[in-house]
Design a protein around this ligand. Structure first.
Ligand SMILES: C[S@@+](CC[C@H](N)C(=O)[O-])C[C@H]1O[C@@H](n2cnc3c(N)ncnc32)[C@H](O)[C@@H]1O
Length: 220
C-alpha cells in the first residue's frame, strides 16, 4: 500500500477527478437484494460516500444515519437527498469510523466498500457492535483474491471499481474471514457470498468488481 486510507486521502479523493463518477452511482445491488425483506427501522450506512445507499434506504422508510470521514462526500450526499425529497429522513454525520461511537444501536448496519485506516476485519467487528438485538449487519466489501488468480493484481492503487484498479489486499476480506468472527451464539449468518459483477454506468467498460457479501442477524 502506498498511502494511508486516512482523512486526507479520502478528502482528496472526494475533491478530485474521481468524485463525480463515485458520486453518481446507483445504489449497490447487494443492498437492494439483501434488504428487500426487512421491515424499515433505523439504519446506519458506515462510509456512505455520496449517499446512494442511504438515500435508497430513506426512500423505503428507513430512518438513516450516513457516516463518512469526507466532508465533500457528505455535502454531495446531502444535496442528493434534498433533490430526492428525503433530506428529513437522513442524518449525515462526519465521523472517523475507526474511533467513532454512535452512542446508539441500529436495526440495520450496512457498509459498502469502506475501509478505514485500520485492519479490515477489525472495522467489521466495530460495525457488528453497532447492530441492535434482532438487527441486521450487511457487509459489502472488496473480495480478497490472490494477486495472480485472474490477472488482477493488488498494486496499491485504489479505484474501488470506480476506475478499474483492484483494491489493495489490506482493504479486502473473504466471506469466511468475516463470518469466522461472528459468534454463532449471538449471530445467524444469512448470506455469505463471494461474487463478481460488472456494474452499469459510471464505472466504465471492462470493470469487474469482486465482491464479498455477508449478512447476519443478531439474536435477541
Ligand atoms: C470506496 S468509498 C465507498 C463509498 C460508498 N459506500 C459507495 O459504495 O459508493 C469508501 C468510503 O469510506 C469512507 N471512509 C474511509 N475511511 C473512513 C473512516 N475512517 N471513517 C468514515 N468513513 C471513511 C470514504 O470517505 C469513502 O466515502
Amino acid at each position: 500500500m502506498t498511502h494511508a486510507f486516512d482523512r486526507q486521502y479520502w478528502d482528496e479523493i472526494w475533491q478530485g477527478d474521481r468524485a463525480l463518477a463515485m458520486g453518481a452511482g446507483a445504489p449497490n445491488p447487494h443492498l437492494l437484494r439483501e434488504v428487500a425483506d426487512l421491515p424499515p427501522g433505523t439504519a446506519l450506512d458506515a462510509g456512505c460516500g455520496a449517499g446512494a445507499e442511504a438515500i435508497w434506504l430513506a426512500e423505503r422508510g428507513w430512518r438513516v444515519t450516513g457516516a463518512d470521514i469526507a466532508t465533500a462526500a457528505l455535502d454531495r450526499a446531502a444535496e442528493r437527498a434534498a433533490g430526492r425529497g428525503v433530506a428529513g429522513q437522513v442524518e449525515w454525520v462526519l465521523a472517523d469510523l475507526s474511533v467513532w461511537d454512535p452512542g446508539t444501536r441500529f436495526d440495520l448496519v450496512t457498509t459498502h466498500y469502506a475501509h478505514p485506516a485500520m485492519p479490515q476485519l477489525e472495522f467489521y467487528d466495530r460495525a457488528a457492535s453497532w447492530v441492535a438485538p434482532g438487527g441486521t449487519l450487511l457487509i459489502v466489501g472488496h473480495l480478497h483474491q490472490a494477486a495472480d488468480s485472474d490477472g488482477h493484481g493488488h498494486d496499491g492503487s485504489h479505484g474501488h471499481g470506480h476506475g478499474g484498479d483492484a483494491p489493495p489486499a489490506a482493504a479486502s476480506a473473504t466471506a469466511a474471514g468475516i463470518t469466522r468472527r461472528l459468534d454463532r451464539a449471538e449471530w445467524d449468518v444469512v448470506t455469505a457470498q463471494e461474487s463478481r459483477r460488472v456494474p452499469d454506468g459510471h464505472d466504465g467498460p471492462g470493470v469487474t468488481l469482486h465482491d464479498v457479501v455477508v449478512r447476519a442477524t443478531r439474536r435477541r
